[in-house]
Design a protein around this ligand. Structure first.
Ligand code: AMP
Length: 396
């Protein structure tokens, strides 16, 4: 069975075609700058093809994907009918969806209704469903895999915000949490490495351009750092994370900013970029720290401090800690940040294995055998989770 995994954004569409027999990625790529000038990239084991091509909308982008999969040098299938099902990443599933579901009219209507909570993402996903149906026909099964679903086990005391209760009732204002598919993948792997589920207390750190941490008890999330939107938590590439809420109203008044402008400041101009003035990319920040740039160092130190505070808080919430997992672009690659976080947890009896921690990008235990808590690097694979859920739902 071959499954196409789709991640549709407002101006981009990422895809992977996975053969479920051996879970091998046959092809992957991305349509970028949809509705602008259009850029297309397609990769297989045999090579990489990249070119500019106008893609006025998502349907046009799907046409390029279809062509790349079935024709020319990058072709991996003879006919589109070889694709059995399509799995879509969906950012916001509200309080209703605690697992992946087959796309029906009712599910699509719900995803549209949740757009007020994810205005940049959910409408783009709906465009992705429509374009997929146009390209593959109405009979191909399609599945929605929600970023929020894995966090739905959080208790009320963790997901409610201290604003009047009526806003929860009227507008569903609450913590949802994101990166759930990634937290779920690394949690499953970590539980396998621990050899049990019941009685386990783990913390999963998804550290990428967007970052979040989850506290997981008995395999179920009890708290996570991202909130109603992916802005909450700690310093990210360009996002501020949690700040005193009064800073928002204060700056809006002082700088005469509209809600949309303030939103852009917090989402696009803050975080590592905003503090360092260097870059949102962690490699640039690390290089600037090495060169002695004081603001890059401040951004780096702020993030480490905030992460350690969250992790230590979650240890209390979990009543102890068995394992901590690092994943995503920074978590998988930055041994310096991992070491700093683990050293910040030395009071718990955490002992870093410096040699193991120096490795990059592969599954690895990075603490010593006598460490009181086990530390792991586990490369995430959200597309594989989406493909597996899609297969499971299609096979009933
Ligand atoms: P993601 O959002 O998961 O793709 O992660 C993107 C982040 O990972 C960027 O900030 C990159 O700088 C960072 N990253 C990727 N490769 C490395 C590396 N080798 N060392 C440090 N950071 C890296």
């Amino acid at each position: 069975m071959k499954i196409l995994v789709i991640n549709a954004g407002s101006s981009s569409l990422k895809y992977q075609l996975i053969d479920m027999q051996d879970e091998k990625v046959l092809a992957k790529g991305v349509c970028e700058r949809i509705g602008i000038d259009g850029h297309f990239t397609h990769k297989t084991d045999d090579g990489k093809w990249e070119f500019d091509v106008a893609m006025p909308d998502h349907t046009a982008a799907f046409e390029q994907v279809k062509l790349a999969l079935t024709k020319g040098e990058g072709k991996v299938i003879d006919n589109l009918s070889e694709v059995s099902a399509i799995g879509h990443r969906v950012v916001q599933g509200g309080s209703k969806y605690d697992r992946s579901v087959l796309l029906t009219d009712e599910v699509i209507a719900d995803i549209k209704a949740f757009a007020s909570l994810a205005p940049l993402h959910n409408p783009a996903h709906v465009q992705g469903f429509t374009a997929a149906t146009a390209a593959f026909g109405p009979d191909i099964p399609q599945v929605a895999v929600f970023d929020t679903a894995f966090h739905q086990t959080m208790p009320e005391k963790a997901f409610m915000f201290g604003v009047p209760y009526e806003y929860y009732e009227k507008y569903d204002v609450r913590r949802y949490g994101f990166h759930g598919t990634s937290h779920r993948y690394v949690t499953d792997r970590c539980l396998k490495l621990l050899g049990k589920v019941e009685g386990t207390r783990i913390i999963t750190c998804h550290l990428g351009n967007g970052s979040s941490i989850a506290a997981v008890k008995d395999g179920k999330v009890i708290d996570t750092t991202m909130g109603m939107t992916p802005l909450d938590g700690f310093l990210m590439g360009t996002r501020c994370g949690a700040i005193d809420p009064s800073v928002v109203t204060f700056l809006m008044e002082k700088e005469n900013l509209t809600p949309a402008q303030m939103d852009a400041v917090m989402n696009k101009k803050s975080g590592m970029q905003g503090i360092s003035g260097v870059s949102s990319d962690d490699r640039d920040i690390a290089a600037a720290v090495k060169e002695g740039n004081p603001r890059a160092k401040l951004a780096w130190d702020m993030r480490s401090y905030q992460i350690i505070k969250y992790v230590a808080g979650y240890v209390a919430a979990l009543g102890g800690l068995d394992a901590i997992v690092f994943t995503a672009g920074i978590g998988e690659n930055s041994s310096a940040l991992r070491a700093e976080i683990l050293e910040g947890l030395a009071f718990l009896g955490v002992k870093v294995d410096a040699e193991a921690n120096a490795q990059r990008g592969e599954e690895k235990e990075i603490t010593t055998p006598d460490s009181a808590v086990r530390g792991f690097v586990i490369p995430t694979n959200e597309e594989l989770v989406i493909a597996r859920d899609t297969r499971d739902l299609v096979e009933g």
